[in-house]
Ligand binder design. Structure first.
Ligand SMILES: Cc1cc2nc3c(=O)[nH]c(=O)nc-3n(C[C@H](O)[C@H](O)[C@H](O)COP(=O)(O)OP(=O)(O)OC[C@H]3O[C@@H](n4cnc5c(N)ncnc54)[C@H](O)[C@@H]3O)c2cc1C
Ligand code: FES
Length: 282
């Protein structure tokens, strides 16, 4: 059992929790993730390790409430426990040799981008961050991100905070202004990552993307997380989640990720007739 040490609402749909998991806190590196299972009836859900505190033995997760499991997790409070919390999983983000980087986070993707920005900043790289949100009320991690970069560019679709426009608009203008990045690291909605790669390509800038295919076992056994990269089938849980964005088949990924859409909608709305939806947390 893994105890919730702290809980903080970052906005209406995004929550931060620190979970007591000392072994993971000791080992985790930027770019890795955990898989949690809320209780014995729960499904396995992957979430990026947003931060760790090896001294307190805690792992920070930041999650968007999108469906049943994240809704149930959000209903727990400090002192409650989660049945399973497995990690660190996945290959850490490659940071060696990167001297100047542009990290782009879209929405809750900023929670996944933050640990990579922090790792690169601490390793001495010059870090620019572009953070994109639909509007001002859902901006997260602004203060934290500002501490781990040289330039922080906030973009909103409606112009209610920062600059009006998309992350792609900002990346294009930075590249056109002559910024020479060793790498663009893009994390967020699949369509945003695809368009950022398209933006960087004419400037010959390499792009790393963190992929979020459906994952189940997280150990390379079930095959659920398969993605096509450079025409080859790869398993994101053990070979990723980071991949060369110029080689990812984004269209296939978008199709595969919507396979369970109807079923997920049903699970969100379904209330068990036997228990009335009540679950026990030990
Ligand atoms: C490596 C990795 C890291 C992630 N890190 C974060 C994070 O830090 N913060 C965050 O908010 N989200 C993160 N996600 C996405 C998160 O796993 C899904 O939002 C979550 O599974 C939704 O579960 P649900 O039951 O609440 O919603 P559901 O109703 O089950 O699903 C809603 C949507 O979530 C996605 N999803 C559902 N199940 C899975 C699954 N098993 N694996 C992957 N995606 C799924 C699908 O796109 C689906 O449409 C990550 C995904 C991956 C693969
Ligand atoms: S999640 Fe099962 S193989 Fe990757």
């Amino acid at each position: 059992m893994f105890r919730i040490a702290t809980k903080k609402k970052l906005n209406d749909a995004v929550t931060l929790m620190e979970i007591e998991a000392p072994e993971i806190a000791k080992k985790a590196l930027a770019g890795q993730f955990i898989i949690f299972k809320i209780d014995e009836f729960g499904e396995r859900v992957p979430l990026t390790i947003a931060d760790t505190d090896p001294v307190r033995g805690t792992v920070t997760i930041i999650f968007q409430i999108v469906g049943r499991s994240t809704m149930l997790l959000d209903q727990l409070n400090v002192g409650d426990t989660i049945a399973d919390f497995v990690g660190p999983l996945g290959i850490p983000t490659h940071i060696e040799g990167i001297k100047k980087v542009c990290i782009v986070g879209g929405g809750v993707g900023c929670a996944i981008a933050y640990p990579s920005a922090k790792a690169l900043f601490n390793a001495g790289a010059e870090v620019d961050i572009i953070a994109g949100f639909r509007s001002q009320d859902i901006v997260i991690l602004e203060d934290e991100m500002k501490k781990v970069c040289k330039n922080y560019y906030l973009m909103t679709d409606d112009g209610t905070a920062g600059e009006k426009g998309f992350t792609t608009t900002k990346l294009k203008s930075l590249l056109e202004a002559g910024n020479q990045y060793d790498m663009v690291i893009a994390i967020g909605p699949i369509i945003m990552m695809k368009l950022l790669c398209d933006t960087a390509k004419p400037f010959n800038v390499p792009c790393t993307v963190s992929l979020n295919p459906i994952m189940i076992d997280g150990t390379g056994m079930c095959g659920c997380c398969r993605v096509t990269v450079d025409g080859v089938m790869r398993f994101a849980c053990v070979e990723g989640p980071d991949f060369d964005g110029h080689k990812v088949d984004f269209d296939e990924l978008m199709k595969r990720n919507s396979i369970y859409k109807e079923r997920e909608q049903h699970d969100r709305e379904h209330v068990c007739k036997l228990t009335g939806g009540i679950r026990t947390h030990g």
